[in-house]
Design a protein around this ligand. Structure first.
Ligand SMILES: Nc1ncnc2c1ncn2[C@@H]1O[C@H](COP(=O)(O)OP(=O)(O)OP(=O)(O)O)[C@@H](O)[C@H]1O
Ligand SMILES: [Mg+2]
Length: 224
């Protein structure tokens, strides 16, 4: 599902250039649940950006869901990512001028799904928002907004789901509900899950825990 070899990433310009990733090797099998831990600034979000095709590595190989990122130009990559890779971020990133339903359906429609609106309704129903379809993000609580973001990520039925601190902006109880939902929806779909977190409890729910420090993988453990 994910094959990364000797990935490096340098960001910024001299003299502020930072070597953010310093030779990452990582292989993730289909269906795995992987928690990515590490101190702030260790490169977790950067690694996710590279593995999800949002950012190009400075060197190294990335093959994800069968796509060799180095061989695809930006447009081809953007198209290919749709329907294969879903992303949930800490800050939800919903479009404020669109309702919950539009936030989920419009990207699917742009991706070419013919039944985008019906599927968006089903997805929102599945995350418990069947009665909030026509609410705008500002009319939804943080937890509800993250539910919309999960529905949007899962709508195109990706085989790989990335989540970067999906509960980081939520209180503990709401965060726990969102994680239950994320794991439940992932299991129903059989999608591979790669989740960045600072929460040790959350990491325990994953079958595998990868730790980063200073742009390198410092441990990689599978639960028995
Ligand atoms: N555009 C950029 N230009 C220069 N340096 C950057 C840029 N983006 C990120 N960095 C640096 O890269 C390092 C890794 O950042 P990253 O966001 O991946 O860390 P993180 O592990 O996700 O941290 P956090 O837990 O705080 O989210 C940091 O030191 C950051 O300052
Ligand atoms: Mg981060």
């Amino acid at each position: 599902m994910i094959q990364a070899r000797n990935l490096t990433l340098r960001l910024g310009r001299h003299p502020a250039q930072v070597e953010v990733l310093r030779g990452i090797d990582l292989a993730v099998e289909a269906g795995e649940t992987v928690a990515l831990l590490g101190p702030s600034g260790s490169g977790k979000s950067s690694l996710m950006a590279v593995l999800s095709g949002l950012e190009r590595p400075s060197s190294g190989e990335v093959v994800v869901t069968g796509l060799d990122f180095a061989r695809l130009d930006e447009d081809a990559l953007a198209v290919a990512r749709r329907g294969r890779i879903g992303i949930v971020l800490q800050a939800f990133h919903l479009l404020p001028t669109m309702t919950a339903l539009e936030n989920v359906a419009v990207p699917m429609e742009l991706g070419g799904a013919r039944d985008a609106w019906d599927r968006a309704r089903d997805e929102l129903d599945a995350v418990g928002l069947g009665k909030r379809l026509h609410h705008y993000p500002a009319q939804l609580s943080g937890g509800e907004q993250q539910r919309v973001a999960i529905a949007r990520a899962l709508g195109p039925e990706p085989s790989l789901l990335f989540a970067d601190e999906p509960t980081g902006n939520l209180d503990t109880a709401t965060g726990a509900e969102i994680m239950d939902l994320l794991f439940a929806r992932r299991a129903e779909r059989g999608a591979t899950l790669f989740v960045i977190t600072h929460d040790a409890k959350l990491a325990e729910r994953c079958a595998r825990v990868v730790r980063l420090a200073d742009g390198r993988v410092v441990s990689d453990e599978r639960r028995a």
